[in-house]
Design a protein around this ligand. Structure first.
Ligand SMILES: CC(C)(COP(=O)(O)OP(=O)(O)OC[C@H]1O[C@@H](n2cnc3c(N)ncnc32)[C@H](O)[C@@H]1OP(=O)(O)O)[C@@H](O)C(=O)NCCC(=O)NCCS
Length: 147
């Protein structure tokens, strides 16, 4: 399979938003993406066979890299693409000499936390009631990978 990676710009936001709305119960707005990209976060898209199938948004904080957003198009999930995109993030972080990668994941999101664990992320804490859910709030698991 041939993969393509491209840095995200605002011109990619229509396709990013079409995936975002399908991938998340509480999606980012287009303004959330614009604000992140304009304030120094870096986005990457993953392409396969001429189609964009996923993306991530990364925020550098001194020597830490924070994964703010990470998604694969639901039609393309369970094919190893999430793992491929996460490998790209790790390679990027190593190349740029970040010390650690951090992320937050909903405690109910066993697929994502399983993916992160297989790539060497470990739980370092919880944020109580961090995420909205229908009818309440849900904890975030905070994970870190030391590079
Ligand atoms: C999380 C997500 C990115 C995974 O993408 P994906 O392309 O389906 O993942 P992969 O096919 O690469 O699977 C990688 C690993 O995830 C885990 N995984 C994948 N499908 C799984 C399933 N059905 N059950 C449990 N674990 C699963 C496994 O650990 C798998 O490793 P393995 O293939 O060695 O078993 C994707 O499900 C997604 O976009 N979800 C919605 C958005 C989201 O939750 N983003 C993360 C926010 S923190």
């Amino acid at each position: 399979m041939t993969f393509r990676f491209e840095k995200m710009s605002e011109q990619h936001l229509p396709i990013v938003m079409s995936i975002e709305k399908l991938a998340f119960t509480h999606p980012w707005s287009v303004q959330n993406f614009k604000d992140s990209l304009r304030s120094g976060s870096i986005g990457f898209l993953l392409g396969v066979a001429g189609q964009w199938v996923g993306y991530t948004v990364l925020m550098p904080v001194i020597d830490e890299l924070h994964i703010l957003n990470f998604a694969i198009d639901p039609k393309e999930q369970h094919k190893g693409l999430g793992k491929r995109l996460l490998s790209l993030v790790i390679e990027f972080a190593v190349d740029r000499h970040f010390k650690d990668i951090y992320l937050e994941v909903r405690q109910s999101n066993v697929i994502a936390s399983g993916l992160y664990q297989t790539q060497g992320f470990v739980e370092i804490g919880r944020r109580k009631g961090y995420y909205p859910v229908v009818g309440g709030r849900e904890d975030a698991i905070v994970m870190r990978k030391n590079l």
